[in-house]
Design a protein around this ligand. Structure first.
Ligand SMILES: [Zn+2]
Ligand SMILES: [Zn+2]
Length: 981
């Protein structure tokens, strides 16, 4: 019986018209089979054959009682009457030979059960009895094949189309699904006592769906046979029944009913909304529909819905449902779609597992249903999987319980893990118990046992059993355990035990710090050599200082590098200022310097106080102190040797200015670059001839490079301000400071001339020499006048040296040179000429002696001759003796011309020849040396000879050692003219 709407839905094109059958009585029961119709009344039934288009009466039958109900299949009829069922063939002619299969009465005669309900499928006669039995009679084999015993009588049964499941309703109006294959019955939830009947879904794809109905409502149920939770009946939802509709047939969610008028009408179950049009539904409606598909296990429809919904949670719901129903392939498909690689791989791994419980266990675990998973694993062939799961989940309590049963040897390991977790959560009591349980005492698990023992030690301490914990920790090989236990004890304020453990673990800094907390200074002192922490040394030092143990304190302060405290103790308590001072110098401690300064201040040693104030960068304090105690010179001295700021110099300068100490004021104005003020003070110096002041003035102008200041100084030197010209040497120095070397040279010549005129020949010589050297250094050509004057003055100086050594010939030669330039020695004309005459005479240079003697006879000189020599000289002139040996010759260093040895102008090459500073003779190439200080040339042999008697260079007056003289191999550089020609 297929309705027209179902035909439309499934595209069926045929339509069977209703057939009218006229019967002989008003029946009080009817039954229909594949090919037959039966109607009946009381104990009689009429059978009809259903043809293509007509119905033929087959036969009529009488039974042994009034028939309550009848069922047909293709071959058999089963009639129930008076607690019995009679099964018989409908068309009996073709099985004449099998008499005993024609008919049978149930129950057997010796069976006192009453049959309350029955049903007939193609293969079975099934009936329920008043004693709660459900019997399956297999028609093919003509025998009972199955019997189920229910606790109360079975009132009604409804097998599914192929007889593999049936719903029965018992005397208490409870409903059950019964599976003969597994012989299990499952209670139907929310089963209403008003239920009148059950219809199984006829659509072949939907196994397990059935409806229960009463007058008002239809309840859709589904029997899930294979889920990870086992088999179960689920109420999927309810649908209202229109008034007076009697359900007849269920096909894919469409229920065909008989109306009051006897016609049929179809209604759609509200639990099958997914079969209607989906495109018009809103999102939350789609979600509802998705839930329906999942309940009814319509995964293909669910897939389409998930595609429509296109969200992660929907796909995941579908996947979870697949896992629940152990549909691995479909689940894998879903997880692939949502790219859950982890789940895909997990499912791939368990794909081949045939053990239903093991597989279900895995799936239960994947859906976080761990208790179920454990039960399934335990029921499986691999119960240890339950333990592995609990261990992996760190469900230690469960794991331990399982381990007792499944793997006792893993208990210690699990106990330890559990203990660690308990410790972490602060459950120290249980942690201790489990650490203890973890100890194996087996040397193979030494590391494990040590970890447990460490746990026991720590937990004992935490629990207050300090003695046990400490003993354990000390016995234990781990340093770290001692440190950790120490830390716990410290937090519990058990300082002495904490320190003891730290010490045993060689954590000396920590040990010392804890000993400090419990004021065990003896122990601290003992540990101190091992302690690296400066903080601890400091704490110890402070404690010792508080105790007045200054020597120990100072040592500890030094270890802590607290230099200020070290200095303070040396000054205040140990009476050792020297040590304090040396530490201040060493460490440059500012605070320390301040303390030392205060110390000296108390002693009244202002100089030292100022010094240390400066060192501590307290320049202002140092300055005021210097001011108060009139020690500015000391301050000034210290400060000018330090790295000092201009402000400091200025303060000092202003101070001295106020005190009218012009020289000092000038000095410090100069240091801070205030040249005009500096110069003003230098020139104000009351001692006009104070050399230092003028030299500082020159230095000032030299640094200032300011024309006005220069002119001011020159005016001063010229005497224009006070009418007293100052010595020319200052002018010379000024020019030198200004690096105006030509002016300096000119001044030098003037100065030298003045000195010479005054008879200060050595001064004149030295002025010229220093000028000469300066110009040489500056690579400036030497004025020839300067060079000549220096040569003549030097010759004069050599005279004295030679005569002193008794070398009268050399002395005479030099005197001849001086006498030939006698105008340059105006103060000593007569004495020099006299000496020349005497020395020449003594050296046998009679002709020269006569010449100069004659000169002395001039009236302006004659009366000035020393009386000692006057007669002798007059005699020489009266009886002239002009015998004189020729002067020896030596080669010119330029041209080898042989010329007299004291001649300085070469007749051969017209060169002015360099002269020997030791003899005054001209230089020769192969006997050349120079003074190591002034670089002036000398004859090597002659200079060596001279140094036998003299220790200094006759030119520069510096000390010269004979050994330091080197013969110059190549004198060419010295032959380049350095004098203006
Ligand atoms: Zn020459
Ligand atoms: Zn020299």
């Amino acid at each position: 019986m297929v309705s027209s709407s179902q035909q439309k839905r499934y595209g069926l094109s045929w339509q069977e018209l209703p057939i009218t059958v006229s019967v002989e009585v008003e029946p009080n029961f009817v039954a229909i089979g594949h090919y037959h119709l039966a109607v009946g009344m009381n104990n009689r039934a009429w059978f009809y054959v259903l043809g293509e288009s007509s119905v033929k009466k087959l036969k009529d039958m009488e039974y042994l009682g009034t028939v309550a109900s009848m069922c047909l299949n293709s071959d058999y009829a089963a009639a129930r009457f008076e607690g019995k069922v009679q099964l018989h063939m409908i068309e009996s002619e073709r099985s004449n030979t099998q008499e005993e299969r024609e008919t049978r009465l149930f129950p057997d005669t010796d069976d006192k059960n009453k049959i309350l309900c029955h049903a007939l499928t193609n293969d079975f006669l099934i009936y329920g009895t008043d004693t709660g039995a459900i019997q399956y009679f297999y028609i093919e084999d003509w025998q009972f094949v199955n019997e189920y015993r229910h606790s109360v009588s079975v009132r009604n049964i409804f097998p599914d189309p192929n007889g593999s499941r049936l719903v029965f309703i018992d005397d208490k109006s409870d409903g059950f699904v019964y599976c003969p294959v597994t012989d299990n019955a499952f209670e139907i939830p929310n089963f209403q006592p008003t239920i009148k009947g059950i219809l199984w879904e006829n659509w072949p794809m939907d196994k397990g769906v059935f409806v229960a109905y009463d007058d008002d409502k239809i309840y859709t149920y589904i029997f899930h046979k294979d889920t990870i939770q086992g088999s179960k009946v689920i109420l999927a939802g309810g649908t209202k029944v229109p008034y007076s509709h009697k359900p007849l047939l269920l096909y894919n969610g469409e229920l065909t009913c008989q109306t009051q008028s006897g016609k049929t009408n179809s209604i759609f179950l509200s639990t099958h909304g997914f079969l209607g049009p989906l495109n018009d539904l809103e999102r939350n409606e789609l979600k509802q529909v998705l839930i329906q598909t999942l309940i009814l296990k319509r995964f293909s429809e669910a897939w389409e819905l998930c595609k429509l919904l296109n969200d992660h949670s929907s796909w995941n719901e579908l996947a979870r449902a697949c896992l629940h129903h152990m549909e691995l392939e479909f689940a894998t498909r879903v997880y692939r779609t949502i790219r859950n690689v982890g789940m895909v791989m997990s499912l791939e791994q368990i794909k081949g597992i045939e053990d239903h419980n093991l597989l279900a266990g895995h799936l239960a675990m994947y859906t976080n249903n761990f208790n179920l998973a454990q039960d399934l694993y335990l029921a499986s062939s691999c119960p240890i999987a339950a333990l592995e799961m609990r261990r992996d989940l760190q469900h230690w309590d469960n794991a331990l319980q399982l381990a007792k049963r499944l793997a006792p040897d893993t208990i210690p390991l699990l106990s330890k893990e559990y203990a660690v977790q308990l410790e972490f959560t602060g459950d120290y009591v249980n942690a201790l118990a489990h650490y203890e349980k973890g100890i194996t005492g087996d040397s193979k698990f030494q590391e494990h046992d040590e970890a447990c023992l460490a746990g026991v030690a720590q937990m004992s301490i935490r629990m207050g059993d300090i003695r046990r914990g400490v003993n354990q920790a000390i016995k234990h090989p781990s340093r770290m355990l001692k440190r950790d236990c120490g830390a716990i004890l410290e937090s519990m304020k058990q300082f002495s035990e904490a320190a003891q453990l730290y010490e045993k673990g060689q954590y000396y800094d920590k040990a010392a710090s804890v000993y400090i907390r419990c004021k065990n200074w003896a122990k601290v002192g003992e540990l101190l050599p091992h302690v690296s922490s400066q903080k601890i040394h400091l704490q110890y030092a402070k404690a010792k200082e508080a105790d007045g143990r200054y020597k120990e304190a100072v040592l500890a302060y030094a270890n802590a590098r607290q230099w200020d405290s070290v200095i303070r103790l040396y000054l205040d308590h140990l009476n050792n200022p020297e040590k304090a001072v040396s530490i201040v110098r060493e460490t440059q401690s500012l605070e320390g310097a301040k303390m030392v300064a205060r110390f000296f201040l108390q002693l009244g040693d202002y100089g030292s106080a100022i010094q240390f104030l400066v060192m501590s960068k307290c320049n202002n304090e140092a300055f005021s102190l210097a001011q108060q105690h009139n020690k500015m010179e000391i301050y000034a001295d210290i400060i000018s040797s330090e790295d000092t700021t201009n402000e400091d110099y200025q303060s000092i300068a202003l101070y001295f200015e106020g005190e009218k100490k012009h020289f000092q004021a000038g000095r410090f104005f100069l240091l801070c670059g205030q040249y005009a003020r500096a110069l003003k003070h230098f020139l104000k110096n009351p001692n006009a001839d104070d050399t230092m002041a003028i030299e500082m003035a020159i230095e000032t102008v030299g640094q200032a490079k300011d024309e006005a200041l220069t002119n001011q100084l020159i005016n001063h030197l010229m005497g224009e301000s006070d009418g007293i010209p100052k010595e020319a040497k200052y002018l010379f120095r000024l020019y030198m400071a200004l690096k105006q070397y030509r002016e300096a040279a000119r001044t030098a010549i003037i100065i030298a001339r003045e000195e010479q005129c005054a008879g200060n020949y050595r001064n004149a010589h030295d002025v010229l020499f220093s000028m000469y050297s300066e110009l040489k250094t500056q690579k400036i050509k030497i004025p020839s006048e300067m060079a000549t004057n220096l040569m003549i003055l030097h010759s004069y100086i050599l005279v004295k040296i030679h005569v002193k050594c008794g070398d009268h010939l050399k002395g005479a030669r030099m005197l001849i040179r001086v006498a030939n330039n006698i105008s340059k020695f105006p103060s000593h004309i007569v004495p020099i000429l006299t000496s020349t005459v005497i020395e020449c005479h003594r050296a046998g240079l009679k002709k020269s002696a006569f010449g100069f003697a004659a000169m002395l006879m001039r009236p302006e000189y004659r009366n000035k001759i020393d009386l000692k020599y006057k007669k002798k000289i007059e005699a020489m002139v009266r009886r002239p003796d002009t015998a004189e040996a020729e002067e020896p010759t030596t080669p010119c260093p330029y041209c080898e011309f042989l010329l007299p040895e004291c001649e300085l102008l070469c007749p051969g090459c017209k060169n002015n020849l360099p002269y020997c500073i030791a003899t005054g003779r001209h230089m020769v190439k192969d006997d050349w040396t120079v003074c190591p200080h002034c670089d002036f040339p000398a004859l090597y042999s002659a200079f060596r000879n001279l140094l036998q008697y003299e220790s200094t260079c006759p030119m520069c007056s510096e000390k010269v050692e004979i050994m330091s003289l080197k013969k110059t191999a190549d004198c060419t550089p010295y032959l380049k003219p350095e004098v203006e020609q």
